[in-house]
Design a protein around this ligand. Structure first.
Ligand code: ARG
Length: 366
């Protein structure tokens, strides 16, 4: 029987991947701690509902372009099964007027070796998103006898999971930055909550962004669950909206990481990389001044690339500066026109989730 699931990092040769879908994508309604996560100048504030069909079609076409690039290189691509995301949902602890979508998969699925774990996300609107991936998990489970299929403890997401007086509309960017530096976030520590895209896997070590979507309890939980791995908290005080590590701190190959120049890793947290001769270089400037319409993310999706192997990387086709930098860093660059998918939750790394990369669990930071 074949081994289907295996991935320990973001750079070993990619053989099998999940690419999200934009179908039935929603702008979810406001819920506790959601407005804190939407930039103050965003065109999305205060609105919710189904995303315009035209944008869904364009987003899906962008994802198809990525699928073609991957399949042309012999990489197997699987897709989730979208739900009717505009349904109301409820648990004994909360109700919400809709869900969000099955983009981006990187936020939901964390692959560690032969295990794929569905995350314990802090957004109520994303509570049932994992269901879109369950048909794939059932298939992997049937076909790969070593596949470990798990779901992190489901958070209750009661009002206790969020700080309610954390924020009012007038809070300044400076104040937000002070809070990021002080590790004062809108989610509380009453239960583990995390998004998979906050976890940067590097073999035996996982670097986890402590921010608006992942708390300390989640890191504590994971360290106990995986006692053989080393879980490290990282924090980027330059980010007023610290959500997901993959537009901030992105490894390209063993020994090389690009770091968002406005969100540098603090000096004291660099020690482990320096001691092991890893180079942290400033990522190139984004080519755009603004994200596309109805997009949650910043222009720094420019650095949200998909590494296919330690010499090959897919970069968004309009990101000329990032492509040029990658080339200078010795990578072969494959451009992919993906910007129309950004509003659905992110770039090339976000809209994928690893199923299989060659290689095993290496110790890069002995
Ligand atoms: N917070 C990041 C930024 O705006 C975007 C990260 C998106 N990543 C993801 N996996 N959804 O710069």
């Amino acid at each position: 029987m074949p081994k289907i699931v295996n991935s320990w990092n973001d750079w070993d040769p990619l053989k099998h991947v999940i690419v999200g879908r934009c179908d039935n994508g929603m702008i979810p309604p406001e819920e506790p701690a959601s407005s804190e996560k939407v930039p103050v100048d965003s065109d999305m504030r205060g609105m919710w509902g189904l995303r315009p069909l035209e944008t869904v079609e364009k987003g899906n076409a962008a994802l198809e372009r990525l699928v073609k690039i991957l399949e042309d290189r012999g990489i197997k691509v699987d897709r989730p099964t979208p739900l009717q995301w505009n349904q109301k949902i409820g648990t004994p602890d909360f109700t919400n007027d809709s869900m969000m979508g099955c983009m981006p998969p990187r936020d939901v699925l964390l692959t560690i070796g032969n295990e794929i774990m569905a995350a314990a996300q802090s957004f109520r609107s994303r509570y049932f998103e994992y269901l879109a991936y369950w048909p794939l998990m059932e298939k992997y489970f049937e076909e790969d006898p070593e596949f470990i299929w798990t779901q992190a403890p489901r958070p209750r997401l009661t009002d206790k999971s969020y700080k309610h007086n954390y924020y009012d509309e007038s809070i300044s960017i400076e104040e937000r930055l002070v809070r990021t530096a002080n590790k004062d976030f809108v989610t509380t520590e009453v239960e583990p909550m995390w998004d998979a895209a906050d976890w940067m896997r590097m073999g035996k070590d996982i670097f986890v962004q402590h921010g608006l979507t992942t708390n300390r309890a989640a890191m504590d939980w994971m360290q106990r669950y995986h006692p053989d791995l080393r879980i490290h908290a990282v924090n980027f005080p330059g980010d007023p909206y610290p959500i997901h590590i993959d537009a901030t701190f992105v490894p390209l190959r063993p020994g090389l990481i690009i770091n968002n120049p406005v969100r540098p890793l603090p000096q004291e947290q660099r020690a482990i990389f320096e001691a092991n001769d890893w180079q942290i270089v400033e990522a190139a400037q984004p080519a755009h001044d603004e994200p596309p319409a109805l997009c949650y993310s910043s222009v720094w999706l420019s650095m949200n690339c998909l590494v296919l192997d330690p010499k090959t990387v897919v970069v968004e086709a309009s990101e000329v500066h990032q492509m040029e930098q990658m080339d200078k860093l010795g990578m072969n660059v494959i451009p992919c026109d993906l910007r129309d998918a950004y509003p659905f939750g992110g770039g090339l790394h976000c809209c994928t989730a690893d199923v299989y990369r060659e290689g095993g669990c290496e110790d890069y930071f002995p």
